[in-house]
Design a protein around this ligand. Sequence first.
Ligand code: NAP
Length: 217
Amino acid sequence: MRPFIHVNCAMSADGKIAGVDRTQVRISSEEDMVRVKALRKKYDAILVGVGTIIADDPHLTVKGLDYNSNPVRIVIDPRGRTPDDALVLNEAAPTIIVTTEGCRKDFDCEETIVTGKTIDLARLLEELAEDIGIESILIEGGGETIASFFREGLVDRYSVYVGGLIIGGRESPTPVDGEGWISGGGIKLKLDSAEVLGDGAVLTYTPLHGDSKDKGA
Ligand SMILES: NC(=O)c1ccc[n+]([C@@H]2O[C@H](COP(=O)([O-])OP(=O)(O)OC[C@H]3O[C@@H](n4cnc5c(N)ncnc54)[C@H](OP(=O)(O)O)[C@@H]3O)[C@@H](O)[C@H]2O)c1
């Protein structure tokens, strides 16, 4: 049994999620930010990779919720690159850092999970569900992390806000980066909904791979 996995991100109309130097670009409209806030409240946990922590230093909390009501924050950080003063380590919500046996860093957070010599996503999800009771996870980036979940067939829902701007740059990150392992045929998606929100639109899909769960948050 693993948690339900929903990937959500915001991209420009030319398919980029940040600038070419990986700095954050405001893509979401006000309306989309309201949607994301409501989405975060529905999930047991919010997960990102350490690249997003370093680039954006996000809180990953819901404004107005306290420590016990906020979703658990999960960071995949195999080499211990999370800065000691990262906002994700503050007291606003519980935080779990997922790392590897080779990492020597002591993280100042609620829990550290070591999944082996490398990050074993399937094992991680099983542990999160069975030991901690996490039944649903919202993945918010970045492109490398999202790619690793798609690659393992672990995504149950994918939503992307397409904002009304162009970012450009062949090196700018995209929602699904990684090493191009799906370029042969791609992962097919079923379009569930398309909704205009401010200067953009949110598209919601079900990936036609893996063991998609019926239960969703
Ligand atoms: N527009 C949006 O919705 C949005 C949302 C979030 C982020 N962003 C943007 O995305 C960019 C960051 O994305 P990113 O792709 O560079 O970083 P990322 O996906 O946040 O983090 C990638 C790093 O996390 C670790 N990692 C994640 N999954 C792993 C796995 N399955 N196995 C092993 N290691 C794993 C690796 O760390 P090591 O390299 O240490 O091994 C990897 O390099 C930033 O520019 C940020 O602004 C945009």
